[in-house]
Ligand binder design. Sequence first.
Ligand code: NDP
Length: 299
Amino acid sequence: PAGYTAAIYASRANLNPVLIQGLQPGGQLTTTNDVENYPGYPEGVTGPIMMEDFKKQAERFGSKIVFGTVTEVILSKTKGDVHKIIVDNKEEIYTKTVIISTGASAKYLGLESEKKFMGSGVSACAVCDGFFFKNQDVVVVGGGDSAAEEATYLAKLCKKVYLLVRKDEMRASQIMQKRVFDTNNLEVLFNHETIEVMGDKTVNSIKVKDTKNNQEKIISASGFFLAIGHTPNTQIFKNQLDMDSVGYLITKPDSSITNLPGVFASGDAQDSIYRQAITAAGSGCMAALDAERYLSELD
Ligand code: NDP
């Protein structure tokens, strides 16, 4: 939402934006099921359709949308200088302004067994992979809105869903929690953590621990879904742009302005608090307006 909105504003201002889409065009929204809180869609919309709409709107005004991944950036420290962007280790783009809307990626627990079964039962995207576990039992980890959303989505497809919450309460919003507790085939296990993902070629069970009494048990399940938050995709900007200890880009208050001239940040890459489609879109608009002002000051 941040990148496409920045492109819509920049193209309508005749700035000829090039939008480099990365490996997951449309970003995290493409792994979301129903979006019910984005104004303008009174009946709700799926994430992928909404992102397709954003893309069409950006293209309508002449944004050039390129498939590829930015592998390196060499950002200038001098006002008015060009920045160098390298796409897929070969194509070089020179530009006076850069808007970063690289979003964030799903976190994993970091267990060896989790890595072993990645793609063979372990997933961080229920909408992408839930179908493979139709009528089977699955485990979801997390206590936020993502976990609530993934667990209720999976409950529609699967026989039984276990939701492992590490504390004695969920962080998810009240409405999402209500959906969880109103779903018959969804069981919430509070104070539970994952010990091991087990199986042969694919996952067949999860060893968990009740942290209140240290009792371990094995849950029979063929799917293991992570929904424990995200990490900002800002590694390539390390040592060039200011970021916090987690990696969220730091912008000047009430703006998208980073520590380098002509470089602006928007969306989840710089937002550790709101992280919504609507706030990402809003900050993409801010970045395009900030870029436009920067360029006119140079003129
Ligand atoms: P959050 O950071 O909100 O929640 C992460 C959850 O994972 C927390 O419950 C946390 O537990 C748990 N967790 C973190 N690490 C571990 C671990 N190692 N083991 C077990 N559990 C762990 O992330 P979300 O992705 O859920 O949400 C991010 C933002 O996106 C939020 O602002 C949310 O409101 C929003 N969102 C909105 C949606 C909507 O409106 N439809 C849908 C999805 C997300 P603990 O609480 O103990 O820290």
